[in-house]
Design a protein around this ligand. Structure first.
Ligand SMILES: NC(=O)c1ccc[n+]([C@@H]2O[C@H](COP(=O)([O-])OP(=O)(O)OC[C@H]3O[C@@H](n4cnc5c(N)ncnc54)[C@H](O)[C@@H]3O)[C@@H](O)[C@H]2O)c1
Length: 271
């Protein structure tokens, strides 16, 4: 919750992909608290039901319902970012429903399979296709669909999502394809910032570390929580709200002169 109590994003329209649960939900709620109307895009608007801790935290309310509960306008749109036509239609629908588009957060993504599926010397072409589509291609498709609406307004914000895995290898090379796709997002972001900067649109990238969402908390336990926590300078896992704080900086006037940046939100993690 913003401490200052004012609404710097009043009158702005934001769109967040992968916002049904986890960090994306926290982004959408923070944007609403800051005064924005929010389009919630996900391939499953009730994906929180797959993870008990997420379902409990959501209290059965989809993200768009929660945004409405904060007094902002919201629309929930089912779309798959790996399908360019699907995300393009969702972006157009959001613009039609909320009357414009100012802020886009390309959050949908994630890894796939186990460490063993993603070792750099043996990851299959199928695995590579799945992970690159979900992360890098999905981000590019979302930005392409959104840029058509953001341009020509003199102000805009795009935030993409990389990962600690996108600039640091894991021990033994696990999640290599995910890391490569996330590194691609970081580099794509820098290029897009160059292209859209002259139009007053900033484009930045968040690179979260170990963020204890409902889905990942169990995985951190399985990996040995204490050891993992010790690899973080701040000696704690991050929260979705920690990520939302960094997003707030990038999308409000606090970050007005920041573009093409990749901002780690990882507590100083050294995997
Ligand atoms: N949790 C972490 O520790 C962490 C760390 C680094 C980066 N990230 C990144 O942050 C983002 C959010 O992570 P999370 O942990 O909240 O994930 P999550 O799995 O809890 O939530 C992801 C959401 O995205 C949706 N989604 C997935 N694929 C989609 C698609 N093709 N089209 C539309 N929606 C789709 C899912 O339905 C889900 O609601 C991801 O890009 C992830 O790679 C997370």
């Amino acid at each position: 919750m913003p401490e200052h109590g004012h609404r710097p994003l009043e009158g702005r329209v934001a769109l967040v992909t992968g916002a049904a649960r986890g960090i994306g939900r926290a982004y959408a709620l923070r944007l609403a608290e800051l005064g924005a109307d929010v389009a919630v895009v996900d391939r499953d608007l009730r994906s929180f039901a797959e993870v008990a801790a997420e379902e409990e935290a959501a209290g059965g309310r989809s993200t768009d319902e929660a945004v409405t509960g904060l007094g902002r306008r919201a629309v929930g749109l089912t779309a798959d970012v790996t399908d360019p036509g699907s995300i393009e239609a969702a972006v157009d629908e959001a613009v039609a429903a909320l009357g414009g588009l100012d802020i886009v957060v390309c959050n949908a993504g994630g890894g796939s399979g186990s460490m063993a599926d993603s070792l750099p010397s043996s990851a299959t072409a199928e695995h590579v296709g799945t992970v690159v589509e979900r992360n890098l291609v999905g981000t590019i498709s979302t930005c392409r669909a959104a840029a058509r609406h953001l341009r020509g307004r003199g102000w805009g914000r795009i935030v993409t999502v990389s990962s600690l895995a996108g600039h640091h290898p894991f021990r033994d090379g696990g999640y290599s394809v995910y890391g490569a796709a996330k590194a691609g997002i970081a580099m794509y972001t820098r290029s897009l910032a160059q292209e859209l900067g002259p139009e007053g649109i900033t484009v930045n990238c968040l690179a979260p570390g170990y963020i204890a969402t409902g889905r990942l908390s169990a995985m951190f336990d399985a990996l040995g929580s204490e050891q993992l926590r010790d690899s973080v300078a701040l000696r704690r896992f991050g929260t979705p709200d920690d990520c939302a704080g960094a997003l707030e900086f990038l999308v409000t006037d606090l970050g007005a002169y920041v573009t093409g940046a990749v901002l780690p939100v990882d507590g100083g993690a050294m995997p």
